[in-house]
Design a protein around this ligand. Structure first.
Ligand code: ZN
Length: 173
């Protein structure tokens, strides 16, 4: 199976709102599997549909591999945050669509997320720390939001400039 080609900023698809999945058919299952493969191919800990030029509400995450754990991808269809902790925590975030750039982003430390699994059954999971940041980051993608939106305008523009230069120099072809 081929991985998807990644969409990079400033592609407008990254600013669009993904629509809910109405039916989990073979095409959606195939998309989920291909997204998992793409996430691993690019060594990401999460991926959202917008980043592979799809506009349905599908994300995949696997935050364990950073610690050397076996692959344990969690695909989430129509994910929704149903609870977030008041405690915040800061995580150095990056994004496969904004290659090579990282910045601290503060978010709720724990969230509970409800989603459909690939069998079409509702699941609920409580995620903390890196997994919490990751799932919030990916759900943001589905709403056309990027981690750089949380930064000051100055920092954001600096990052955009750097990526634009890298892309011009052919770093991500
Ligand atoms: Zn991202």
């Amino acid at each position: 199976m081929d991985s998807y080609k990644l969409i990079l900023i400033p592609d407008p698809v990254l600013r669009q709102i993904a629509q809910p999945v109405n039916r989990i058919d073979d095409a959606v299952i195939k998309q989920v599997d291909r997204m998992v493969e793409t996430m691993y191919a690019y060594e990401g800990v999460g991926l959202a549909a917008n980043q592979v030029n799809m506009l349905n509400r599908v994300i995949v995450i696997d935050t364990g591999r950073r610690d050397g754990a076996a692959p344990n991808p969690i695909p989430m269809i129509n994910p929704e945050i149903v609870w977030k902790s008041e405690e915040l925590w800061k995580c150095k975030e990056g994004c496969l669509s904004i290659p090579g750039q990282y910045a601290d982003v503060e978010r709720p430390q724990t969230v509970r997320v409800k989603f459909l699994d690939r069998k079409g059954e509702w699941q609920e999971k409580e995620l903390s720390n890196l997994a919490s940041s990751c799932v919030q980051h990916e759900i943001d993608h589905l709403d056309g939001k990027l981690f750089i939106d949380y930064l000051s305008r100055l920092k954001r523009e600096l990052i955009l400039d750097r990526v634009e230069k890298d892309i011009k120099n052919g770093h991500y072809l």
